[in-house]
Design a protein around this ligand. Structure first.
Ligand SMILES: NC(=O)c1ccc[n+]([C@@H]2O[C@H](COP(=O)([O-])OP(=O)(O)OC[C@H]3O[C@@H](n4cnc5c(N)ncnc54)[C@H](OP(=O)(O)O)[C@@H]3O)[C@@H](O)[C@H]2O)c1
Length: 263
């Protein structure tokens, strides 16, 4: 095993030890899955991103997150291992500044969660060029800007993991979602090509594709107990990070188990 690969394996590999048995070697050496790891989560101030931030922190990682609103970042701040900054991921200059802050605060990164996204749901006739640009600039170009920053940093550390919070809208078109569908279909192609570009650099790339999740993203967030909980998406993030480095789960589809029946 080469030096870079060994370094990477030590970042993400979970040895085949009986982790559920107290007192085993795993627990003696390392009490949490992500102790010592550094993660960046875009759009981490509420919803799915916030649940992912909380879970990564609980697993021992240091976590940097952003949102556009400084007030939202302030409200979400959670302890010494978390760092929040107001940054608009659709703007390359904000992305550059945010990642430089991560360098200053934590000295590198191992995991990127591309989560920030918006949905503007209008028919093509009703969509404005501004709606179109806002959607594509964040959901697709923002992922490119952040991934590029992350890849440069992974290179210095011998590898890393990028997880995109995509959507079932990356494979299922629906009326009123042309801009959102275009952004998430585009993300699916971008993400797979990035995986093929960088798999031999010890970089893994996964897309999580949820159906309806119970967040403020939806037009009517109330009365939605049947939806996927943000914490369930965070659970899938952790499950992916737990996979041994030899295996890449490139896509995960998740959907509410029992959505309301269509009458
Ligand atoms: N909820 C669903 O049903 C669902 C289903 C499938 C996939 N998804 C995907 O899951 C991701 C998260 O959705 P969510 O439901 O958690 O949304 P949400 O509750 O609306 O939260 C979005 C987060 O992203 C931030 N954000 C929005 N625009 C941003 C920008 N330009 N730059 C930086 N941060 C920005 C928001 O903070 P600020 O407003 O302060 O910027 C907030 O922290 C999205 O990519 C979405 O497409 C959601």
């Amino acid at each position: 095993m080469g030096r870079a690969l060994r370094a990477y394996a030590s970042i993400f590999s979970q040895p085949d030890l009986p982790r559920d048995q107290p007192g085993c070697g795993y627990y003696r050496k390392m009490d949490k899955l992500l102790s010592g790891k550094i993660a960046v989560v875009t759009g981490g101030t509420r919803g799915i991103g916030r649940a992912i931030v909380d879970r990564l922190l609980a697993e021992g990682a240091s976590v940097a997150f952003c949102g556009r609103s400084a007030e939202g970042v302030q409200k979400a701040a959670t302890g010494s291992q978390a760092y929040g900054e107001a940054a608009d991921i659709s703007k390359p200059e904000d992305v550059r500044r945010f990642f430089q802050s991560v360098d200053t605060k934590f000295g590198g990164m191992d995991i990127l969660i591309n989560n920030a996204g918006i949905g503007i749901f209008r028919s093509v006739a009703e969509l404005t060029p501004e709606d179109w640009r806002r959607t594509l600039d964040l959901n697709l170009s923002g992922v490119f800007y952040c991934s590029k920053e992350a890849l440069a940093r992974f290179k210095r550390r011998g590898g890393g993991y990028i997880i995109n919070i995509s959507s079932l809208a990356a494979k299922n078109a629906f009326a009123g979602a042309a801009a959102y569908n275009a952004s998430k279909f585009g993300l699916a192609g971008f993400s797979e090509a990035m995986m093929l570009d960088h798999r031999y650099d010890n970089v893994r790339v996964s897309d999580i594709m949820p159906g309806s999740v119970n967040t403020e993203f939806a037009a009517n967030p109330s009365d939605a107990d049947w939806k996927i909980a943000p914490e369930d998406v965070a659970q899938v993030v952790i499950d992916l990070l737990r996979m041994p480095p030899r295996t890449l789960v490139s896509r995960v589809e998740m959907r509410p188990a029992k959505p309301p029946r269509k009458s």
